[in-house]
Design a binder for this molecule. Structure first.
Ligand SMILES: NC(=O)c1ccc[n+]([C@@H]2O[C@H](COP(=O)([O-])OP(=O)(O)OC[C@H]3O[C@@H](n4cnc5c(N)ncnc54)[C@H](O)[C@@H]3O)[C@@H](O)[C@H]2O)c1
Length: 299
């Protein structure tokens, strides 16, 4: 399958490109900046997801689109809501419109388990509708989801919505939690734990997410929503301790909880297991070890 990957130069999408290639597909990277992770063997289309014509041209001959370009850092979204809205909401409808015009069969949309941030349920599967959001990041990502289902209903464009758990691993942006903690230790700075670090996350190793994106292109994935979560709950404190263990001791400072932080309901990934045969294969201890190894090699 020829697959246009938006945001292909970014953290998660660069792994998606690797996994598409490994599975025998033909990925094309569409991004505003070239990739530092792939060479010329992966075609690169420089352009913005807000430019429908550029997207449509890039989608010529593509069977599917994996749409991952976004304003993905919640802090940056809060700082610049209009910029974030242009990427996460407007950019997503542009991708769908271009896919419709180019005759692409499916758009796989990168969403997030943060869409459940305001739900009261303690156990959540994909049949639970996300509550109206209290964070602009989630609002933008939910707009993208709504556009996917609307393009299906109105124009019969197939979608797959993937709600990613909290990713970590090689190529992570420095703002992601394990990367941040490792950076602090290496710089001799204290690790700051919002709310004491007791809040838990279902972290998911980035290559496992990339594997799921590829699997979701199967016919079973059409017009389905999947939570892609790891199999274990890991507290932020445990992340800090793992970083300390792998890199040496660092100081830990406790602060107030962050606005819009996700309290951490138990989110089920059973549907992806049943329908796509996917479970997160890499546990946190192993994924963290691989990340630190990669980081040392980069240095
Ligand atoms: N990182 C997370 O914690 C997380 C969690 C859940 C879901 N997601 C989602 O996964 C996707 C990828 O996230 P990531 O962490 O890899 O992000 P990232 O910031 O590493 O990558 C985003 C990519 O999009 C590109 N981009 C930015 N503006 C663009 C534009 N106008 N046109 C084309 N490309 C543009 C960037 O250059 C970058 O390469 C996003 O949709 C994000 O919302 C991320």
């Amino acid at each position: 399958m020829k697959v246009l990957v938006t945001g292909g130069s970014g953290f998660i999408a660069s792994h998606v490109i690797d996994h598409l290639k490994a599975a025998g597909h033909e990925p094309v990277n569409f991004d505003i900046r070239p990739s530092q992770w792939q060479g010329e063997e992966v075609p690169f289309c420089e352009g913005s997801i807000t430019d429908v014509d550029a997207l449509e041209n890039a989608m010529a001959g593509c069977d599917a689109v994996a749409h991952l370009a976004a304003a993905a850092d919640v802090g940056e979204v809060q700082k610049d809501p209009l910029w974030a809205e242009e990427l996460n909401a407007r950019g997503s409808i542009c991708v769908l419109e271009a896919a419709k015009r180019a005759g692409v069969k499916r758009v796989v949309y990168a969403s997030t388990i943060w869409v459940y941030q305001d739900n009261k349920e303690l156990e959540i599967n994909e049949d639970v509708n996300p509550a109206l959001p209290s964070h602009l990041y989630t609002a933008g990502k939910l707009a993208g989801e709504a556009y996917c289902t609307s393009y299906k209903a109105l124009f019969d464009l197939d979608y797959t919505i993937l709600r990613f758990g909290i990713p970590y691993g090689p190529r992570a942006r420095e703002a992601t939690v394990l990367a941040l903690f490792c950076g602090k230790i290496l710089n001799g700075e204290p690790i700051t734990l919002a709310g004491g670090g007791t809040q838990t996350r279902r972290f998911v190793y980035v290559e496992d997410i990339a594997d799921a994106v590829v699997r979701s292109l199967a016919p079973e994935g059409a017009n389905r929503i999947y939570n892609l979560v790891g199999t274990e709950e890991t507290s932020i404190l445990q992340v800090a301790e793992k970083a300390q263990e792998l890199l040496g001791d660092g100081e830990v400072v406790v602060t107030e909880g962050r606005a819009g932080d996700f309290a951490g309901a138990v989110i089920s990934g059973q549907r992806a297991a049943d329908e796509l045969g996917w479970t997160a294969a890499t546990d946190f201890a192993e994924g963290a070890r691989r990340y630190v190894e990669w980081r040392k090699a980069q240095a």
